[in-house]
Ligand binder design. Structure first.
Ligand SMILES: *[C@@H]1O[C@H](CO)[C@@H](O)[C@H](O)[C@H]1NC(C)=O
Ligand SMILES: *[C@@H]1O[C@H](CO)[C@@H](O)[C@H](O)[C@H]1NC(C)=O
Ligand SMILES: *[C@@H]1O[C@H](CO)[C@@H](O)[C@H](O)[C@H]1NC(C)=O
Ligand SMILES: *[C@@H]1O[C@H](CO)[C@@H](O)[C@H](O)[C@H]1NC(C)=O
Ligand SMILES: CC(=O)N[C@H]1CO[C@H](CO)[C@@H](O)[C@@H]1O
Length: 447
């Protein structure tokens, strides 16, 4: 704990020094950045949906396309530009699960008449933009570009299917691991053999870490410099359980609830992956996540909550397959830095005036302190998980920066965050190996 207090104080002192400079063309080599692969947060990647007359949801008004229709869906989408309701779009996105013993990814197929893909993959265009054209990555991206990184070459975005858990692919043509691997190798070559940073927000770094754990040590030593996580969501969040009852809306105003989408949310592996993991939320952290007119549910009651709401064997099987599927137990073999926000009121659960069921309006919320999206247990256990994993590593380091009262959705435009990120990502020419002690993230920050 003392270590983090130290860091927080240190970071404040650093603020004055970290003038993020615009570097003139020609001079950029002196402060050359490592190439970067960005892993956005949940629902910030564009999903391109093409739907035709073969698809129909008779129970939802106007949820069919008489002619093939194509549109992009993501957090902040403009409802006025899409001729379907959000409930209908979520229905189109429901993957169909076949219970078999085959490879996880082969057990899923799309709705008949629906094709889903990741457009503009590997470039900043694959990020969904708000109706005013902005994305939460804009400030960081403009710093990267000012320092010579090139969109689609040395500055890449690993957009991913946010319905999927990191360990499953729902779009067979665009599998996560091979796409990320070839992007990293390409960015490395384009920067004349400079190792690549993986950076990600919220759920994003969990996909990045899962990727790293699939690669062998020699490959990582050659190609990867480090992993930077902004509010990495390894432990899962209490609030994700509310999506099974009260659904989710990703319209621009607020990431809130939409009861009409609850059943669809329960078909997405990611809903299970990023719901609080009972193996981590134990003892006094076994928090209340749902309170109904008849009982209260804690994280350890998650399966009973699904049963009481009316879900069946498929959802219980998904819970076993996907909840807690990716944790930092396996050290990825590169330096890791985590930023986390604290001390803001954060929703961890919901209250209902009726017994649990699917598609409920919530009548209140349960809160703790956190970054407004992830509760304190997420930041504390993320640090604990990584410190334990790092203790087993020979050279690589884990370090972290606390951001007092910084909201989950504003990390990426914070001057402190941008300054430290650019500092960490600046090429140090005298460092040979990825995890030499001299390359320790804390040492870098202390300079
Ligand atoms: C509708 O989409 C399905 C699946 O994407 C495809 O197999 C079928 O040929 C399409 N039908 C028409 C009429 O376009
Ligand atoms: C764009 O819209 C978002 C959300 O409404 C808002 O927070 C942001 O300040 C806007 N940015 C600009 C440049 O207008
Ligand atoms: C990479 O090497 C080529 C050929 O030597 C050179 O023209 C180019 O400027 C170098 N690029 C960087 C980013 O160092
Ligand atoms: C899937 O199959 C397994 C093994 O045959 C079984 O235990 C499980 O209950 C089945 N799940 C569903 C959703 O039918
Ligand atoms: C180590 C650390 O900074 N933990 C913080 C996690 O978040 C809570 C609430 O936001 C803080 O009270 C903890 O200090």
């Amino acid at each position: 704990m003392a270590r983090f207090e130290h860091l927080a104080v240190f970071v404040t002192a650093l603020l004055g020094l970290l003038q993020v400079q615009q570097v003139a063309a020609g001079a950029w080599k002196d402060s050359m950045l490592h190439p970067v692969i960005i892993f956005p947060g949940f629902s910030y990647s564009r999903l391109r949906i093409t739907v035709n007359a073969t698809f129909a949801a008779p129970d939802i008004p106007d949820c069919r396309a008489s002619t093939p229709t194509t549109f992009d869906f993501f957090y902040g989408f403009d409802p006025a530009t899409i001729p379907f309701s959000e409930e209908c779009i979520f229905r189109m996105l429901e993957p169909i699960y076949t219970n078999s013993s085959g490879a996880l990814s082969n057990r899923f197929s799309p709705q008949p008449g629906v094709q889903v893909s990741l457009p503009y993959h590997g470039t900043t265009l694959c990020l969904g933009a708000l109706p005013n054209g902005t994305t939460e990555w804009d400030s960081l991206i403009s710093q990267f570009k000012a320092r010579g990184l090139r969109d689609g070459e040395t500055l890449r975005v690993a957009c991913y299917d946010w319905r999927a858990s990191p360990n499953v692919d729902l779009i067979p043509d665009q599998p996560l691991i091979p796409l990320v691997k070839s992007m990293i190798e390409d960015a490395y070559e384009k920067q004349n053999g400079t190792r690549v940073f993986l950076i990600g927000h919220s759920n994003g770094p969990v996909y990045a870490q899962h990727f790293l754990n699939q690669m062998d040590t020699a490959w990582k030593e050659k190609y990867v410099q480090g992993l930077i996580a902004y509010a990495g969501n390894w432990p899962g969040q209490g609030y994700f359980y509310s999506y099974f009852l009260a659904g989710l809306t990703i319209q621009p105003e607020y990431m809130g609830l939409n009861p009409a989408t609850a059943r669809s949310m329960a078909t997405f592996p990611s809903t299970y992956s990023f719901a609080a993991n009972p193996a981590i939320f134990t003892d006094e952290n076994d928090i209340e996540i749902v309170r109904t007119s008849v009982r209260s549910y804690r994280v350890s009651d998650a399966k009973q909550l699904l049963i009481d709401a009316g879900y069946g064997t498929k959802e219980l099987e998904f819970y076993d397959l996907f909840n807690g599927a990716v944790t930092p137990n396996e050290w990825p073999g590169v330096n890791v830095h985590e930023f986390f926000g604290t001390n803001l009121k954060t929703e961890v659960g919901t209250v209902y005036s009726v017994p649990a069921s699917i598609g409920l309006e919530s009548s209140g919320s349960l809160t703790r302190l956190g970054d407004m999206n992830q509760e304190d247990i997420v930041n504390d256990s993320t640090l604990e998980l990584w410190q334990k994993a790092a203790a087993k590593a020979e050279n690589c380091r884990f370090s972290a920066t606390e951001l007092d009262r910084v909201n989950h959705f504003q990390y990426l435009s914070q001057r402190t965050v941008i300054g430290i990120t650019v500092r960490l990502m600046t090429v140090k020419r005298d460092v040979e190996s990825v995890c030499e002690p001299g390359d320790d993230f804390n040492a870098l920050l202390d300079q």
